[in-house]
Write a protein that binds this ligand. Structure first.
Ligand code: ATP
Ligand code: FE
Length: 356
């Protein structure tokens, strides 16, 4: 099977071609990503209207490039897969309309893919991980623990009740005047800092379950910063590094403990080959990665993280998730709709409400 995938749900326009012969590992023939960071940098965040216009302009260029790099034509494809949500609706619509255009013109089957399922299935694309596995999605917009039982079967064990960790890193950077994206700059500063000088809270650790909260860290940081400014008239280089180190240590501790709990719930299902996979941009953080590896080692579970370019938004994961859906017989019509919200868990209120 050869599948073209399209992704445009946030600020990356992407197209990719993935091929898999039954029983063989899947192969990424091409994966083109056009980022929009420079378009949004002046605004301190992604501007939905600007993103949607840029996607509409870039999609066909990305598709042409992905086909050319893969050395295939539309006639070689078996289906077109596209992110149909969740995400910024203008961008998702641009992708869905582009995919519909290709499907209508060629007669190829259309497959709508949940963006989160794309992230969650990536360990199967890169490492042929078998179901069920425990998945931690940690990105700029998401944070959740899922047990992946099948291409469309996920049970959600818990997640953030407010900000995602990536967002918390970005806000921390903004509050301290460090460059965006915040993750790498805060991690860099934290390396020079003392994590014990400032005491950040460990949100929700005192409560049972796998839910997380990160917005309190931002409030704590703001208070500490303002106090330093009031006392000394500003922040020194060392103050910044220590604040970053304290903040990051709080995120690391929280994620480690919640992962321990999620892992216990997953292991209770008695998986044959226990695997914990992590995906999302925050998985790039070395301190977080090391903590998760330790938790997995303690429980005799294997830890895996896809290469970074496949952890962040891309279309290879969408093509691959589409491939799994296609293989299971799923097909969407030209009435496929773009959905701004689309939780992965079949038992979530939104899924039940939609009758699916
Ligand atoms: P989503 O995919 O959930 O819609 P997104 O596209 O913003 O959100 P990603 O592209 O997966 O998310 O990841 C970007 C986020 O990862 C940013 O918030 C960034 O700060 C964070 N990040 C990147 N590198 C690091 C790092 N080394 N440490 C912590 N966070 C990081
Ligand atoms: Fe994403």
């Amino acid at each position: 099977l050869t599948i073209l995938g399209l992704e445009s749900s946030c600020d990356d326009t992407a197209a990719a071609v993935v091929r898999q012969t039954e029983g063989q590992p899947a192969e990424i023939l091409s994966s083109v990503v056009h980022g929009q960071t420079d378009l949004h940098s002046a605004y301190g965040g992604v501007v939905p209207e600007i993103a949607a216009r840029a996607h509409a302009e870039k999609l066909d260029i990305c598709v042409r490039q992905a086909l050319a790099e893969a050395g295939v034509t539309l006639a070689d494809l078996d289906a077109v897969a596209v992110t149909a949500g969740p995400g910024l609706i203008g961008g998702v619509m641009s992708g869905v309309m582009c995919a519909k255009g290709i499907a209508a013109a060629t007669g190829l089957p259309l497959i709508g893919v949940n963006h989160l399922a794309g992230h969650a299935l990536t360990p199967r694309l890169t490492d042929q991980i078998a179901y069920p596995y425990l998945m931690l999605l940690v990105s700029g917009g998401h944070c959740q623990y899922l047990i992946a039982q099948g291409a469309e079967q996920f049970s959600r064990l818990g997640g953030t009740i407010d900000d995602a960790p990536g967002e918390a890193f970005d806000k921390t950077a903004r509050l301290l005047g460090l460059p965006q994206p915040g993750g790498p700059s805060v991690e860099g500063e934290a390396r020079q800092g003392d994590p014990k000088r400032f005491r950040f809270p460990r949100p929700l650790l005192d409560r049972p379950g796998c839910d997380l909260s990160f917005s309190g860290l931002k409030t704590a940081l703001m208070r500490m910063r303002d106090q330093l400014v009031a006392e000394q008239g500003g922040l020194t280089r060392q103050d910044r590094a220590d604040l970053c180190a304290g903040f990051q240590a709080a995120v690391v501790d929280t994620l480690a403990e919640k992962t321990r709990r999620a892992l216990a719930l997953y292991l209770a299902e008695d998986p044959a080959d226990p695997v914990v996979a992590v995906a999302g941009g925050v998985a790039a953080n070395a301190a977080i990665r090391a903590a998760l590896e330790t938790v997995c080692a303690e429980a005799d579970a294997r830890f895996t993280a896809p290469p970074l370019r496949l952890c962040t938004d891309n279309a290879a994961m969408i093509a691959y998730a589409g491939l799994e859906r296609f293989r299971s017989g799923a097909r969407d019509g030209l009435d496929l709709t773009a959905r701004p919200r689309w939780p992965l868990d079949q038992n979530s209120p939104a899924m039940l409400g939609s009758g699916k």
